[in-house]
Design a protein around this ligand. Structure first.
Ligand code: 13P
Length: 295
């Protein structure tokens, strides 16, 4: 199987090389055409019910056709936030920060996909590096991803290299390994590409105040999209949204949002303050609207 896949990859690369050599255009894999931006707040283990409600009151943004806004609060806040957003008539989706791979049963302290859906979640973060660091391995990430998809939740699959991996030039190899292992169990037919999101989150950038440069973020996102194209198809890979996460701020968002393969952000620290998260949403929206005008 491995051998067959390697052979297919070699053939695809050869075809691409030949098309390029012949001066022919390839179907455009990058470019945000048709992909709605997605800006996600990962509140991690922060805020309580009252402060979450205040956050919603102070946050001036909603989703629009350019940009979908999502909040991933601690699981116990999903329900009250769903009520608060509903009462305020705000178009902001909710997501969870984790799920259990089983549909139910004797798993003390865990939360299943159907429970998250019932509490108002439409998205779920899978394989965040903070969970990987606490012992979650690639096999568990793959099972969680499959459980989310089976339940109709849109997984936001987190991938990223550590600082030592980056220093040793292993970033792309690490990303490929994490992606392949997470998707290994999916089989065919491929899931709806609009119902799967990747988040490139270099571990060294998270919470450090040092975001990846736009060129590095774009290179990683383009690599992930190319790999998706190899695993599924060009047409499929073009529809998957790829986010960047790691010290995103109102100041650096616009620059990174201009990258053709970056479709939005997964935001930690800056999402706790409504005004800084709003600045990130606005930067993403400006980029999306600008691209539309320049088409
Ligand atoms: P920061 O934005 O605080 O770096 O966190 C990023 C993150 O982990 C989002 O999932």
């Amino acid at each position: 199987m491995e051998e067959l896949r390697d052979r297919v990859e070699r053939v695809v690369r050869q075809v691409v090389r030949e098309l390029l050599a012949a001066g022919q255009d390839l179907p455009e894999l990058s470019g945000s055409r048709g992909r709605r931006r997605l800006v996600v707040a990962n509140w991690k283990m922060n805020l309580l019910r009252a402060s979450a409600r205040q956050w919603v009151e102070a946050f001036p943004e909603s989703s629009d056709r350019h940009c979908q806004v999502v909040i991933c609060p601690p699981a116990v806040l999903l329900w009250p936030l769903a009520e608060a957003l509903d009462a305020a008539g705000r178009d902001i989706a909710l997501g969870a920060q984790d799920l259990h791979p089983e549909a139910g049963g004797a798993h003390t302290g865990e939360v299943a996909a159907a429970m998250l859906l019932e509490a108002g979640a439409r998205y779920v973060i899978v394989g965040h590096s903070e969970r990987r660091a606490a012992g979650e391995d690639d096999e568990l990430v793959a099972r969680k991803l499959a459980a989310a998809l089976a339940a109709g939740l849109c997984p936001i699959l987190c991938l990223g290299e550590t600082a030592p991996e980056r220093e040793r030039g292993l970033t792309l190899m690490r990303l490929r390994g994490q992606l392949d292992l997470a998707l290994a169990g999916l089989g065919h037919p491929a899931p709806d590409p609009a119902g799967l999101v990747l988040a490139y989150e270099p571990v060294w950038a998270i919470g450090s105040g040092r975001a990846a440069g736009a060129d590095d973020a774009q290179q990683a996102a383009a690599f992930l999209r190319e790999r998706l194209a190899e695993l599924f198809s060009f047409a499929w890979a073009r529809q998957v949204r790829i986010l960047y996460g790691g010290s995103v701020s109102g100041e650096n968002a616009e620059h990174i949002a201009a990258c053709p393969d970056i479709d939005g952000f997964l935001v930690g620290g800056a999402s706790l303050r409504p005004e800084s998260f709003a600045a990130i949403v606005q930067a993403s929206r400006r980029q999306a609207a600008g691209k539309e005008v320049s088409r």
